[in-house]
Design a protein around this ligand. Structure first.
Ligand code: ZN
Length: 169
């Protein structure tokens, strides 16, 4: 009988420990934090947002299942702040430049992570299309073309509609 009484509180503690913390995503929604194997922890929130933004648009995305990995490290190439690599031994690997990361706002970090996931997960190529005012139509612009990026909270939803639109892919 004593053993049973002891066992119960220990079990509760274990369950409580396994519950993931609630985090606030870029769009202001709260969600239990998910973890991503082979992905730097600082990128998790953006991977999770990418999955959630897909789900809002009826696209079920599981980046872990898709074996997408990612790191933040120095990219020794001028003007390159993100890459999606297709190494034979490690396909669909996102790299975000450390110097960029250190000085970028959350929304700008998201822009670059989502752009690379656009390549690595959605398989999208670059798109340099612009509106008549010169603003890029897509976050899949290369950054070296003529259009100007304007990814901010008030344009985010439109850009994400374009990103996940099947007709864009
Ligand atoms: Zn690109």
């Amino acid at each position: 009988m004593k053993v049973k009484l002891l066992f119960f509180p220990v079990l509760c503690l274990l369950i409580a420990c396994q519950k993931e913390p609630l985090i606030t995503l870029v769009d202001g929604t709260e969600d239990f934090q998910r973890s991503y194997n082979g992905v730097d922890r600082d990128l998790w929130i953006h991977f999770q947002s990418f999955e959630n933004e897909g789900a809002k648009r009826d696209i079920i995305i599981d980046l872990t299942d898709a074996d997408i990995t990612g790191v933040i490290e120095q990219i020794n190439e001028d003007q390159v702040i993100g890459q999606c690599n297709y190494y034979a031994h490690r396909p669909n690997h996102v790299t975000i430049d450390q110097s960029f990361w250190n000085q970028a706002s959350t929304i700008y970090r998201e822009y670059v992570v989502f752009h690379e996931l656009g390549h690595c997960y959605l398989g999208r190529p670059h798109n340099e299309a612009a509106f008549s005012n010169g603003i890029c139509r897509s976050i899949m612009n290369s950054g070296t073309g003529a259009c100007t990026s304007r990814y901010e909270m008030k344009t985010r939803n439109d850009y994400l509609n374009e990103l996940f639109d099947k007709n864009s892919r």
